[in-house]
Design a protein around this ligand. Structure first.
Ligand SMILES: [Zn+2]
Ligand SMILES: [Zn+2]
Length: 310
């Protein structure tokens, strides 16, 4: 077979791999969404990816979703990886998460629970993640989105450095309000989404620079808000942490164009009401990063971290 014949074979095989309908060039290079919550219907998952110009996504799932995951993976081969989550405060958490990894989960997440980030419930899961060599994606939040919501993986700014030191073999992926608000050195839990210029030298900036076992997930209003506050800072931040940051959407819209998204449960995030978070964040990344850095953040870094063929 000569080179041309080989290429024709590859092109002919592409529709069979479920890549049809994906506008691969919309963002200039392919895009991987690290933070995509599994939807009930296989078609609803694909509608968001295709609508937003996303090539592949990592499904965040809870225990007992294996059948749905397998159905989606066979409907669209090569487009979905998955992480599994389970309440860390339950006695069987290690057992359930170990089984998820055996079933093909490539990480733990999203881990969003009402316990301290440095408490015993999470510590045993950090150790398990190191043993199983899978990353753990954590939602850090100290400010309610609605009355009495409660806080999630608390104590990030004060205690998480001690965890990074204590679990050097665990790969952590930070996400959500407290993680991204603490990019600014002047943040003290005043609001979920602080605005205005970023004070240099914040906790998250320093931890990303100093700890090889910490990565950042840029999804949700929290990631988009951080990237949108201070354009000069953003460009430099993306350049400095270009090997540690990963694009994710955490978007709940129906079509990849903002349909059906009201942020009703989160009034502080109303700036993104009616918009697709994936599109908004890809747009700010595109404008703030060089093409090389954009490709690392939206594709290469996650492929390296999860050891996926690119
Ligand atoms: Zn989250
Ligand atoms: Zn969307």
């Amino acid at each position: 077979m000569n080179r041309r014949e080989f290429l024709e074979t590859v092109v002919a095989a592409v529709p069979a791999l479920g890549w049809q309908g994906t506008p691969a060039n919309e963002w200039g290079s392919p895009v991987f969404d690290l933070h995509f919550h599994l939807r009930q219907q296989p078609a609803a998952n694909l509608a968001h990816l295709d609508g937003a110009g996303v090539t592949k996504a990592n499904l965040l799932t809870r225990a007992a979703a294996l059948e749905q995951i397998k159905a989606l993976q066979s409907a669209a081969p090569g487009r979905f990886t998955w992480f599994g989550s389970y309440d860390v405060s339950r006695p069987d958490a290690e057992q359930v998460l170990t089984q998820a990894a055996k079933d093909g989960a490539q990480g733990f997440g999203e881990m969003k629970f009402h316990v301290a980030a440095d408490g015993p419930e999470f510590r045993r899961i950090y150790a398990l993640a190191a043993d199983l060599r899978v990353p753990i994606l954590i939602h850090f939040q100290e400010v309610d989105h609605f009355p009495n919501e409660g806080t999630w993986a608390t104590g990030y700014a004060k205690t998480f450095e001690s965890i990074l030191k204590a679990y050097p073999k665990t790969t952590f992926i930070g996400h959500a309000d407290a993680f991204w608000a603490n990019v600014s050195a002047d943040y003290h839990n005043e609001s979920a989404y602080p605005s205005g210029p970023i004070a240099r030298g914040g906790v998250t900036d320093r931890l990303l620079a100093n700890y090889p076992n910490l990565y950042g997930d840029l999804s949700a209003n929290s990631g988009n808000n951080m990237l949108s506050r201070d354009p000069d800072f953003t460009a430099d931040f993306l350049r400095r942490h270009q090997n540690k940051l990963m694009f994710g959407s955490d978007c709940g819209c129906a079509d990849g164009h903002g349909a059906g998204i009201g942020q009703a449960n989160n009034p502080a995030a109303s700036r993104l009401a009616g918009k697709c978070v994936a599109r908004e964040t890809l747009t700010v990344l595109k404008r703030s990063a060089t093409p090389d850095v954009f490709r690392k953040i939206t594709w290469d870094n996650v492929h390296k971290l999860l050891k996926l063929p690119a």
